[in-house]
Design a protein around this ligand. Structure first.
Ligand SMILES: Nc1ncnc2c1ncn2[C@@H]1O[C@H](COP(=O)(O)OP(=O)(O)O)[C@@H](O)[C@H]1O
Ligand SMILES: [Mg+2]
Length: 558
């Protein structure tokens, strides 16, 4: 995307922050007023300095007069400090509030997006949006806004005061100034690009690094700005000094003029910096907007049927499914019925479509009408929430949180008692091992806690799903890291502990499913055989080969 295209897109994305700007506008207006006050008070100081210098020079200075001027300057400084506190508090607070609300919105939106979206947007990209891009927006809305307003007020006011002293001298002294704006702009853009390059390499460089680099950038900008500023000073001293000698302006005017010139340095630098800040903020806003505009692929039907209660029957009628951008269907011509309360095994080689079927049943990808029926109702007619409330799904790659073992098992069921948690753990053959941890069920998992083996993680995730106590349980090869005997024991246990629950158990190994009443065999997205273990051995050459291969493999391992 070119810079301008991103900028233009960003501009239309301003709608994203408009409601917050409106909501916090009193803060913003108050802050800008305080900023204006700071600048006006600041402009007052050189006027008092001029008075003092002229008094001293004229030999009419009395101690009292000087003390009065000193007091006035002190009061001005006090006022400046107070107002500066107020604007910082209000405007930076404003930008933080906008950032917070935007982040909330962004996060809420992520929650409604579904699997197809997250497949296109990797986690890293979303993390970058939630950190760097939001920070860029915050920076533009906070410091960017302040610098912009400040530069405008200070710049115009300082120029006006200088012109009031002497317009010609003002013109001469500001000649080098535009160079300053240009320099900061080029320099800050260059350093930002370098920062992006660094960031690409260290994907988790965060706010700290960003602010450090911004700091370096400003430090580098200052020596050069000093040079430009000093050129202005040189011009002012040379030509201004002449005016003093000629008596066109007083010495006090001369001193005040130079003070104003100093005040002009910052606004000039700010111009370049602010342009970059805004540009970056807009680009980031555009990127955030892109996600905010994305809508979930799966939508609730206009008139949803409520999910029929009780044990669940699954019926597939000539189910086809193809992932976006794939040439081959992942599932094809799939028809079968899984009766309420039945426990069915699903086997097949890697890539045969087992996980795909699980995803479709858990309603994670859209399917065509008339292909999947739950208790006789087309899955597309059921509300998303009602499907997800009925299905307990254990994915192939389980996810645990860095929390206690008990909290991880009870995650989906906050009302679960300790006994229920223990029971679920027992069904999953993990209870004894949990008792062996230093703090039993209260042991923390993760970085600062116990390191679990893959099999332990899987069994804890399964216990979580069992505790959900849903009528339909889908286990997607979630016991692959558990030894064969234990997997078999767990699967046999499910029938006893979960009477009436329909259960689809995927396993890439046949042995643990040997006792299942029915096993379905998938090959390249097609259901090629079904029956119990003995029947399949007798009727399906594919199944037989697969089984013998696994047996041989196992013997080799032993
Ligand atoms: N998210 C995806 N996008 C595109 N193709 C996919 C995706 N997930 C799986 N596939 C493809 O669909 C087929 C079935 O995959 P999958 O259901 O994961 O098989 P299994 O679980 O049996 O190993 C494979 O060819 C795989 O490459
Ligand atoms: Mg799989």
């Amino acid at each position: 995307m070119t810079r301008t295209a991103a900028g233009a897109k960003g501009a239309s994305s301003l709608g994203l922050v408009r409601p917050f700007v409106r909501q916090y506008s009193p803060r913003l207006v108050g802050g800008l007023a305080a900023l204006l006050a700071v600048d006006l008070l600041q402009l007052g100081i050189p006027r008092f300095v001029k008075k003092a210098v002229d008094l001293l020079r004229g030999g009419t200075a009395s101690q009292i007069a000087l003390a009065q001027i000193a007091l006035a300057i002190f009061l001005l400084a006090l006022g400046i400090a107070g107002c500066r506190f107020v604007w910082r508090y209000l405007i930076l607070g404003f930008s933080r509030l906008v950032e917070r609300d935007l982040r909330d919105d962004f996060f809420r939106h992520l929650l409604i997006l579904d699997r197809p979206f997250f497949q296109k947007k990797p986690v890293g990209a979303i993390m970058a949006l939630a950190t760097n891009d939001l920070a860029a927006v915050q920076l533009a809305g906070g410091m960017g806004l302040v610098a912009c307003a400040d530069a405008a007020i200070m710049g115009i006011a300082a120029l006006a005061c200088m012109a009031y002293i002497n317009p010609h001298l003002t013109l001469i002294a500001v000649i080098p100034m535009p160079l300053l704006a240009l320099l900061t702009r080029v320099l800050s853009a260059r350093l930002h690009r370098r920062f992006l390059k660094v960031q690409e390499q260290f994907s988790h460089l965060t706010e700290f690094a960003r602010s450090t680099i911004t700091g370096i950038r400003l430090l580098k900008a200052f020596p050069i700005s000093g040079l430009v500023g000093n050129t202005s000073l040189l011009l002012a001293i040379f030509f201004g000094g002449r005016l003093v000698i000629l008596g066109t302006i007083t010495v006090g005017d001369f001193v005040a003029f130079i003070s104003y010139l100093y005040m002009l340095t910052w606004p000039m630098m700010a111009v370049g910096w602010v342009v970059n800040l805004f540009q970056r903020g807009l680009t980031s806003l555009g990127r955030l907007d892109e996600v905010m505009q994305a809508s979930p692929t799966l939508a609730d039907p206009e008139q949803s049927v409520s999910f029929p209660v009780g044990p669940t029957e699954i019926s597939l009628r000539n189910l086809h499914f193809q992932y976006e951008g794939q040439g081959q269907p992942a599932l094809a011509e799939m028809s079968c019925v899984i009766r309420p309360g039945e426990i069915v095994g699903l086997v097949g080689r890697s890539g045969s479509g087992k996980s795909t079927l699980c995803h479709l049943l858990a309603r994670q990808y859209p399917v065509e009408d008339g292909a999947i029926f739950l208790n006789g109702a087309d899955i597309n007619r059921l509300s998303l929430a009602s499907v997800r409330e009925r299905v307990a799904y254990v994915p192939q790659d389980v996810l645990l949180f860095s929390d206690t073992v008990a909290a991880n098992i009870g995650f989906g069921n906050p009302a679960a008692s300790q006994e229920q948690i223990v029971d679920a753990a027992k069904i999953c053959r993990i209870h004894e091992e949990i008792l062996g941890f230093s703090e039993g069920y209260q042991t923390r998992i993760g970085e600062r806690g116990v390191k679990l083996s893959g099999g332990q993680r899987q069994r804890i995730a399964l216990a979580r799903a069992i505790l959900l106590d849903r009528p339909l349980l889908i286990i997607d090869d979630s016991l692959s890291a558990v030894d064969l005997e234990t997997e078999q024991e767990i699967i046999s246990g499910l029938a006893i502990f979960l009477p009436g629950r329909t259960c689809l158990i995927v396993s890439h190994r046949i042995t643990p499913l040997r006792n299942a009443a029915r096993i379905m065999v998938l090959e390249e997205g097609r259901l090629v055989a079904q029956g119990n273990h003995a029947e399949l051995l007798a009727t399906s050459p594919f199944y037989r080969t697969m089984y013998h291969q696994q047996q041989m493999h196992r013997e080799e391992e032993l």
